[in-house]
Design a protein around this ligand. Structure first.
Ligand code: NAI
Ligand code: MG
Length: 334
């Protein structure tokens, strides 16, 4: 059997980024030993520290490295998020932001019944960074196109189809944002007619936020515009154990960047106590995207095993163990 070999671009970034990235590489190394899938890593600079060093938070070499790799894993940056991950998503047309929320055994969750996927449009909306300000007044422009809306909703239905889900909920604010979200809904309804076997419904974002907190089990796949997806996915993460557990992926046609949802966590950076689960689970999503389904499931199962046993836990989950000890436990559980 010929074993697959992947070139991975690693972007550790700032704060706890390098710590959770090292932990994740430890798990991938163990996976390599176990499965024969092989990884070649190349690390690239990104973020606040790089900006201080070279004057730019996102060097061209990093963009080229992401493009050239089979897949990319990004940890987190600090204040330069707007100058790094946002332009990467837009420049590389990573038009899908996948943000699952699922409760994990052994992790305290407000709503353990949560099991949903948020499919967030990742290239336009209010994050287009078009705007201006004078001393006492400012504006940002919200850009929505039929094409991007159609593509994101299509992705959501295809995701449902590939993952045994039956229901897609489009979240919007078309009652007020009639131009932009009106167009988004038009595209969503067009796509929905192509999937008559699936349940399609629509919710206004404020009602959706309430329903998400009260009845998370009523959602399967949620598809929405950029900022609503950003906010609702943190709400969903909060239902299932917080940012230390939340993975995500930025996906384009043939380029991807998988990343934990959390930021650089300056309050705990350098202490070696960050929970690497979000980054490790992001790597599992990356493996799935690479069509290494078995390997992806092995990684998720190993994380679940360690969490369920509850012997090795980072402080955010009420334990006393280090990032490294958790990673070693996951590697051993593989
Ligand atoms: P944050 O996600 O860095 O931290 C929020 C809280 O969650 C903190 O108390 C932190 O200790 C905790 N936390 C986060 N990840 C954790 C982990 N893996 N294990 C244990 N605890 C964890 O968000 P915050 O504090 O709002 O932002 C800090 C910096 O990160 C800012 O400069 C912000 O711009 C940046 N940021 C970057 C993002 C990215 O790189 N994609 C995303 C969000 C924020
Ligand atoms: Mg966010």
């Amino acid at each position: 059997m010929v074993m697959a070999k992947y070139n991975l671009a690693l972007l550790p970034g700032d704060g706890i980024g390098p710590e959770v990235m090292d932990a994740t590489v430890k798990v991938l190394d163990a996976l390599e030993a176990k499965t024969g899938i092989s990884f070649k890593y190349k690390t690239y600079m990104i973020g606040d520290a790089e900006k201080k060093r070279s004057g730019t938070a996102l060097p061209q070499e990093t963009i080229d490295g992401v493009k050239a790799a089979n897949a990319c894993l990004f940890a987190c940056v600090g204040e330069t998020a707007k100058e790094t991950i946002l332009p990467l998503r837009q420049k590389l047309n990573l038009y899908v932001n996948l943000r699952p929320a699922k409760a994990y055994p052994g992790v305290p969750a407000l709503k353990p019944e949560t099991d949903l996927m948020i499919v967030r449009e990742n290239t336009e909306g209010i994050y287009k960074m078009i705007g201006d300000r004078s001393p006492k007044s400012a504006f940002n422009v919200r850009v929505v196109t039929y094409e991007a809306s159609y593509n994101i909703v299509k992705y959501a239905f295809e995701y449902a189809k590939a993952n045994g889900k039956k229901k897609v909920t489009a979240v919007h604010k078309a009652n007020v944002l009639d131009y932009t979200d009106g167009l988004f809904l038009e595209a969503a309804r067009d796509v929905a007619t192509e999937y008559p076997d699936y349940e399609y419904n629509e919710l206004i974002v404020d009602a959706a936020a309430m329903r998400l907190v009260m009845y998370p089990e009523s959602f399967e796949v949620v598809v929405t515009t950029n900022m609503f997806g950003d906010i609702l996915s943190d709400v969903a993460a909060g239902l299932v154990g917080g940012l230390g557990m939340a993975p995500s992926g930025n996906v384009g046609e043939d380029i991807c960047i998988f990343e934990p949802v959390h930021g650089s966590a300056p309050d705990i950076a350098g202490k070696g106590i960050a929970n690497p689960s979000a980054c490790i689970l992001s790597a599992a999503m990356m493996l799935e995207w690479l069509k290494e389904k078995d390997a992806a499931e092995m990684v998720v199962a190993a994380v679940l095993k360690v969490l369920e046993e509850g012997k090795v836990k980072t402080p955010d989950l009420g334990g006393k163990n280090s990032t490294n000890e958790f990673a070693e436990a996951v590697a051993a559980a593989l």
